[in-house]
Design a protein around this ligand. Sequence first.
Ligand code: ADP
Length: 469
Amino acid sequence: MKSPNQSLRIRTRLILTFGLSALLITSGISVLTYFLVRGNLIENRNQSALSVASVNARQAERRIFEGATDKAVRDFLSNLRGVRAESTPVLRLETDWISADPVVFAAPDSIDAKLLEVVNTSPLDGAKMKYRMGNGTPVLVIGFPLATRNALYFEATPLDDIEDTLDSLANILMLVSGGVFIFGIALGMWSSRRVLFPVEEVGQTARAIAVGDLSARLDVGNDPDLEMLASTFNQMADTLEKRIEADAKFASNVSHELRSPLTTIMASIEVLNGNAASLDENSKLALDLLNEDLERFKQLVEDLLEISRYDVGANALTLERFLIVEFLERLTEQRSSGAMSINFPFEINDILIEADKRRLARVLSNLLDNADHYAGGATHIEVRADEDTLILSVIDNGPGITQADRSSIFERFARGAEGSRRGSGTGTGLGLSLVTEHVKLHGGSVEVTSANSNGSGSRFTVTLPGVIK
Ligand code: ADP
């Protein structure tokens, strides 16, 4: 079973690995940085606030003697300097509360009940507590009991500056993490391209070999990690090229060698045919069978010879310029099945094409022969031109060709449904593959579709460059 991870492309996996690793590392570092800075800022603030409050409390102890008026006390409190300008001293004298700035820190409402209790009952070294006031401001409140007038001294220092600093730090760290994540993705894309480049090169070269460029090879380069892959691949391609060349030569040699005995046999058969009247019935029957098979054998040898010339690259075009309509009319008139209608727009009359006449004649004869064999003959030929491309279609009203057979019938020795139905006696299965080779040599292509909308009939369309305007 495929795991979800396996279904991702290697490139995507590499990019994700880079991006997520970068994100993980920067997030880790960011969280660590945040908590270290936070701990440090709070600890510093605690210590400095505690020591300043302690000094202020001792000073208050000295200044708040029995006779001091409330106004004198308030003035004194207002003049005390806390750890921040916003720090507010607060005093409880017996039951009265005096705050240096009741708007900022209203006593006793803003003093946490628990802190009040601890300071009220604790020894002289004081107590501190961090909490949020009713309006949401975070404060650090430090309290000391004083040895005079049953007094308690509190100093409230807002912590919003630390909170703001930490918020800014968190934003910066998040931005940096996002940036590093994007950088990781970009790095992943760059390195995956580099890492996968050799794989792509192997793919491209293999594709080139698959479509017939047997000389395609990989650049071995000087990376020891890839050198072995590249040289092994090239060795494999060398072996394949040699094997294919040897096979092609073999087929070419065999068909060549078969030609001379075949010519002798054909000549001898001709002699026998001439004397057929003097033969007894059995010999006549044997002669007829021999004539039939020999014709097919001759065709096979000729086709094999022609096709093997393509394989060894020994085929070259002999280009001529000629009027296409005239050429088609002549070709169809010469056929035993007789002339047929050639449909074309008026301007095609004067169109010249530059092509190999012999090969083009073979292409059309093959298509027309096939229509005769498998489809009761071609109904017509259509010709049109598109810029410098000539489009020729041979149309019949036969049984048509199934979707599955439409590409395979162009392969060597492939006989589609109709060919198989009529048995081995009618063809060799090389006709359409030769058509493809002839057309390909011109830089063109051939395909088959159905002629009618109900799927019956065939339309073989040959597209050839070389229209001269
Ligand atoms: P062959 O005619 O020797 O079998 P081809 O390569 O010329 O070889 O044709 C391959 C197959 O394509 C035929 O066997 C036949 O099944 C199919 N075919 C070709 N032309 C037609 C056509 N006009 N109508 C139906 N089938 C066709």
